[in-house]
Ligand binder design. Structure first.
Ligand code: ZN
Length: 290
C-alpha cells in the first residue's frame, strides 16, 4: 500500500481541482465532421463562454486555486481567457494541442502536437509546469516527452491513487493520477452526435459520490484529483454541486486544495514510489488481436 509520507504536514489527503477547457476540441478530436453541427459546437462553446467565468466566481468566493488544462488549439483562439484565469491566481496546464489521443499518434506526431501547444502558451506568456493527455490517452512515449520538455508533472495515468514518480530516459516526472470516478464526463456528458456519452445524472447523486470519495481518500491518504469540464459542470445545478463539494473539502480541515504545480513542487523533495513506463511484452497468439 502506498505510504502517507507524501502528504503535507497535518494533511490526511490532498485535493486538486482541475478543469479541462476542451471547448470545441472535445468533439472535434472525436470526429472532424462535428464542425458541421452548429448545435454540437455551441454546446462546447458554452464551456469557455459561460462555464469558465461561473467556475472562476465559485473559486474566488471560496478562496481556492485550481488548475485549468487547455488544449493549445483552444488557448490560441482565446488568449484573453487564458490570461484572465492566470491573473486570478490559477495554474494553466498543457492539454495537448489538438486533444486527439496521443495513443493514436506516432512519437513524432505526438511530440509535434505537444510542441505546437507549448509555443501557444509561450506566446501568451503563461508558465507551463504540468501536462494532461487529451482524454487521458497518454502513449508509451508521453512521460518521456513531458520530461524532455522540462515539465515537472503529468496527470493522465492511474497506477496509484496517490502521487508517484515515473522514470524516463529524459529524467523523471511526477504523476498526479486522475480517475474516471472523479471525472464529470461520466456523469454529465450527453450529445446525440458525435457520440461523447449518454449521461445526464442528478448532481445531488454526483455530489454524494464525490463527498464519499473525499472522505475515503482521507482514510487512505490519497489524492482527490477532480477532473471537471466547464462545458459540463458549468451548468447551473452542477456548478452549485461543485461549490458544495469544495465547501465539504474545506470543512474537513485536513485536505489542502493545491494546484498541480503547488503539489508537484511540494513533492519534488519527497521520496515517492518510482515506476518505469514500459509497454508490457505480449506473447504472439496468446491474446486475440481483432
Ligand atoms: Zn480534455
Amino acid at each position: 500500500m502506498p505510504s502517507r509520507t507524501w502528504l503535507p504536514e497535518g494533511a490526511s489527503a490532498v485535493a486538486c481541482l482541475t478543469f479541462d477547457v476542451d471547448a470545441e476540441t472535445g468533439i472535434l478530436s472525436v470526429n472532424a465532421k462535428a464542425a458541421d453541427h452548429a448545435m454540437a459546437i455551441s454546446h462546447q462553446q458554452f464551456g469557455p463562454e459561460i462555464g469558465v467565468p461561473r467556475i472562476l466566481d465559485i473559486l474566488a468566493n471560496l478562496h481556492v486555486r485550481a488548475t485549468f488544462f487547455f488544449p493549445g488549439w483552444v488557448a490560441e483562439r482565446r488568449p484573453a481567457l487564458v490570461e484572465r484565469i492566470a491573473e486570478a491566481g490559477h495554474e494553466i496546464g498543457h492539454h495537448s494541442y489538438s486533444h486527439v489521443p496521443a495513443s493514436s499518434m506516432t512519437r513524432e506526431e505526438e511530440e509535434g502536437d505537444f510542441v505546437r501547444a507549448l509555443k501557444v502558451f509561450e506566446e501568451i506568456g503563461v508558465p507551463i509546469h504540468g501536462h494532461r493527455a487529451g482524454l487521458w490517452e497518454a502513449s508509451w512515449s508521453t512521460p518521456a516527452i513531458v520530461a524532455e520538455h522540462g515539465l515537472s508533472y503529468d496527470s493522465s495515468l492511474m497506477t496509484q491513487d496517490s502521487p508517484y514518480r515515473i522514470t524516463t530516459p529524459h529524467g523523471s516526472i511526477i504523476e498526479l493520477p486522475p480517475h474516471w470516478s472523479l471525472d464529470d464526463w461520466e456523469q454529465y456528458a450527453f450529445l446525440p452526435f458525435p457520440e461523447i456519452g449518454q449521461h445526464i445524472k442528478n448532481p445531488s447523486d454526483v455530489l454524494d459520490m464525490w463527498i464519499g470519495e473525499v472522505d475515503a481518500m482521507r482514510r487512505y491518504g490519497g489524492l482527490f484529483m477532480l477532473t471537471n469540464h466547464p462545458f459540463l459542470t458549468g451548468r447551473p445545478s452542477r456548478a452549485v454541486a461543485l461549490e458544495q463539494l469544495i465547501g465539504h473539502i474545506l470543512d474537513a480541515g485536513d485536505v489542502p486544495i493545491l494546484t498541480g504545480h503547488e503539489l508537484a513542487t511540494h513533492l519534488a523533495e519527497v521520496a515517492l514510489p518510482q515506476r518505469a513506463h514500459d509497454k508490457p511484452e505480449i506473447e504472439e497468439g496468446l491474446f486475440p488481436a481483432p
